[in-house]
Ligand binder design. Sequence first.
Ligand SMILES: [Zn+2]
Length: 328
Amino acid sequence: MKRTFRALAAALGIACLATQAYAQAPDARMTAFDAHAGAPLPIRFDLPAPAGGHNVVLLLEKLHSEVELDGETARIFLAEIDGRPGTIVRTGDSLDIALDDDVDAGRPPFPGEADGEQANDLLSVPPQEQLARRARGDETDAPDELHVWMFLHDAAGESSRGAFLNRYVSWWVRDMEQAVRVGVPVRVTLRSAVPGITDMDYHAGSSIERLRELRDRGRAYVRAQGGKITSLTKFMLFVGKPPANLEGGTVGAAIEPFGAAVASSEGHRHVVAHELGHLLGATHEDAENRFFCITNMKDSLWGAIPCRYYSGTNDGNIRRYVRARTGV
Ligand SMILES: [Zn+2]
């Protein structure tokens, strides 16, 4: 994915402020939330607001997908907050609210970079690698789920996991459940502080080498955890500064045959969904400009708001990709 404009400062600054505000008064909010979130949904209740007063929360639905953070389950809810649609992520130590209409656009372009330039962020594997891969017969287990292992790089600067999930993951999970509907469960496991992976020098060498390393170390890690590796086991390294081994301005990369991708927080909010899309058969060509927003497989455009969903054609591409591997 290409970064065609100064991506982060404004929107992230706002997001960080909100997160800190919530973090300063966590207990009353979390207690009030937990008191209601276990009841049958939908349910409406008052949630103490960080700055005093309260928000009216209508908790609509809990997403089914299993999202796990360093051994704890994260719960993701669809909700209305003071009448505005959004998602609420409750992790072991945080409660994060994101509104669907949080604006993620209008940032000034990077100097010297053209808007709308497409990046070659879907990297191809050298032919000898493909032959070696076939000979190894790497993926032996039959997939019965789509499992994304997401590693948060030590230098990514993501202090609130709840906010991270809301910014990049919760809406993707919702879209996968409700629109893409791949026919098997979607599972996201987020891990931080994994030696050899989250401290990787991802700037070094070539991006192909680093993504191969991510795949190999990721597989070893998953196997050591007792997990299985299938053709629907995908690895994502989430980083702060974009990899120096990518063309300038590129904020993410993916190699589908490796099932491995990297995404930088300097990209648009859909950078994670974009690179995951590459790992699941979605294409730039099938992305769409909508009237108000750009779909996930479009590169970031200045002033464009990510729709936070794929185009219908890419929904179909992803469904076909998954079903070809699961038979579902
Ligand atoms: Zn791309």
